[in-house]
Design a protein around this ligand. Structure first.
Ligand SMILES: Cc1ncc(COP(=O)(O)OP(=O)(O)O)c(N)n1
Ligand SMILES: Cc1ncsc1CCOP(=O)(O)O
Length: 537
């Protein structure tokens, strides 16, 4: 097969030691090819050369039947003996130039890369493809001393590879539930380059049903590639046909979601800080949803299938383990995940924690003030003082939210006197609210609570729309109009604040806080429609 025709979508690296008891290697291999494996690499670490050659030869007989290219891990002698498509080498194996000299120009030579320098060297040495990793920890190889790149780190390598168009597969700890997150989360920040495929060992080899395991992985990768071709900027939640936006449609959509909440009473799981936990739970109840403020990782597995959405607010970062597990489960169960990185720029501990969380799961919505959004976007334009941002804000907030939304494949909500929301494509500006919100603690956190509640409603609204649980594509993380959900959270909160501030019985922050909860409970949708100030920029 010509090198240019190789499809790297689902790259199987063999691992006989991981086969389920009683499962024959060749039988498993053939089933995985039937499931849709597109490249095979024979990887053997502890066998004699003669046995390696024999396994490679028999493996080639099977891969040839399916017209799938076969590569050999590390051993050029074995490649030369069986004359398959090529070899895969690592950074501590024979140098690329020597491997090329021995194997010749026709051989496919792939090389492992774990950082930008290695990626640049791979391009300079004309590698035919790269294996980028390890993405996550894995039991299939000792990578404990290596940096785990996460989808983010893979994205940085993809930026380097973009110009040369070197094909790239990611490897390490990849299993069906984290594949959508990996594919979307690794779209490179500048060049918008994306993975050509995923390389796996245990996700297929350790399965008792490798055909089904491979078919499932292949579907996810194929769906992702299809959406990338038709909508290159689409974030992880975007429907194949994004709705056409008008301010009237948006505001009436918000009113519709208010009804969905009342009718469906979604359960909103919130891991939030202990300053606002009570107000957030009351705000959730006031709009008609149901709060559960569980933080223990052991609660999460049972809870996740039942919830409408998850909020992770790391204001006091006392529950990191719960945040990691809950977020990952939200991705697995394809539930909206709203991330509120409170004061993320204020300390290095917060920056590190945020990095760790974002390497573990894909947020649907990121909500923050200017300092928080600036810190995530690595901008120094806005300073923070504790949890607050100081100064005039961004010169071009619309560009900041759009750029971060694209980089993170998430909706970004920037709160302030005016709020900016973007899905990486459209940018919305809202200008409701009241100065008294700045006089009570937790108004930003309650906004996050409402955004999570309305994202739950947006998902339920989508499911009730007749499509059931069928996803538009298998790589999609969340169903429903999440930009509308985020907008609803912001508008309902700010319009309720306006109504509360207008009341005769409100004489300051204390009475305002109580009145705000009342108005969240009592605000008629028609009044929201009248008050809402939304612009599409
Ligand atoms: C596709 C792919 N990517 C990376 C690797 C890892 O190769 P290497 O770094 O040489 O480590 P070993 O596999 O030899 O342990 C790979 N094998 N395949
Ligand atoms: C060979 C290799 N190189 C980096 S991680 C890895 C192992 C991948 O195995 P798994 O897919 O089971 O995590």
């Amino acid at each position: 097969m010509p090198k240019a025709d190789i499809d790297y979508s689902l790259y199987l690296v063999t691992g006989r030691e991981l086969l389920p008891e009683g499962k024959d290697y060749y039988e498993s291999l053939e089933e995985s090819l039937q499931g849709g494996v597109t490249v095979v690499q024979v990887r053997e670490k502890d066998i004699d050369t003669g046995e390696f050659v024999e396994i490679a030869r028999r493996t080639k007989e099977i891969t040839d039947k399916y017209n799938v290219p076969l590569l050999i891990n590390d051993r050029i002698d074995v490649y030369l003996a069986v004359r398959c498509a090529g070899i895969h080498i690592g950074q501590s194996d024979m140098p690329l130039a020597q491997a090329r000299a021995l194997a010749g120009d026709d051989a496919v030579i792939g090389i492992s890369v774990g950082n930008i320098d290695e990626a640049q060297a791979a391009i300079a040495g004309h590698a035919d493809y790269v294996g980028v990793g390890a993405v996550w920890p894995t039991g299939s190889k000792d990578v404990t001393k290596k940096v785990k790149l996460g989808p983010d780190g893979v994205g940085r390598v993809l930026d380097v590879l973009a110009e040369s168009k070197t094909p790239a597969v990611a490897i390490g700890g990849i299993h069906a539930p984290n594949v959508p997150f990996l594919l979307h989360g690794s779209i490179s920040p500048n060049a918008r380059n994306s993975l050509d495929g995923i390389a796996v060992i245990s996700a297929v080899v350790a399965s008792k049903t490798p055909r089904e395991a491979a078919a499932n992985l292949r579907n996810i990768v194929d769906s992702f590639k299809r959406v990338r071709r038709s909508a290159p900027a689409a974030p992880a939640f975007v429907l194949e046909s994004s709705p056409v936006r008008s301010t009237e449609a948006l505001v009436s959509g918000v009113a519709a979601l208010m009804e969905v909440i009342q009718r469906e009473v979604p359960l909103v799981h919130q891991i939030t800080n202990n300053v606002v936990i009570n107000d957030s739970a009351n705000a959730t109840l006031a709009i008609g949803a149901s709060p559960i403020m569980a933080t223990n990782p052991r609660d999460v597995a049972d809870l996740s299938p039942a919830i409408g959405a998850l909020l992770v607010n790391f204001g006091t970062i006392t529950d990191k383990e719960g945040m990691l597990v809950a977020g990952r489960q939200a991705n697995v169960n394809r539930k909206p995940l709203v991330y509120d990185p409170v004061a993320v720029g204020a300390t290095s501990f917060r920056r590190e924690t945020s990095k760790e969380l974002l390497a573990h799961w894909q947020p649907t919505v990121i909500k923050g003030n200017a300092a928080e959004i600036g810190a995530l976007a690595q901008l120094t334009e806005v300073e923070s003082r504790g949890v607050d941002s100081v100064g005039k804000g961004f010169a071009d907030p619309a560009n900041v939210v759009r750029t971060l939304a694209r980089k993170r494949a998430a909706i970004v909500v920037l709160t302030g006197e005016e709020d900016y929301l973007s899905d990486g494509d459209v940018v919305l500006r809202t200008s409701n609210g009241h100065a008294l919100l700045g006089k009570i603690t937790g108004s930003g956190c309650m906004t996050g609570t409402l955004v999570a509640s309305f994202c739950a409603a947006a998902r339920l609204h989508h499911l009730a729309g007749g499509k059931g649980s069928v996803f538009e594509n298998d790589s999609q993380l969340v169903q429903g109009d999440m930009l509308l959900g985020a907008l609803a959270g912001v508008l309902v909160f700010n319009c309720a604040a306006e109504r509360a501030a207008e009341r005769d019985d409100v004489r300051g922050p204390g009475t305002f806080r109580a009145a705000l909860i009342d108005e969240l409970a009592n605000m008629p949708a028609a009044d929201l429609v009248k008050r809402a100030k939304v612009e599409i920029l």
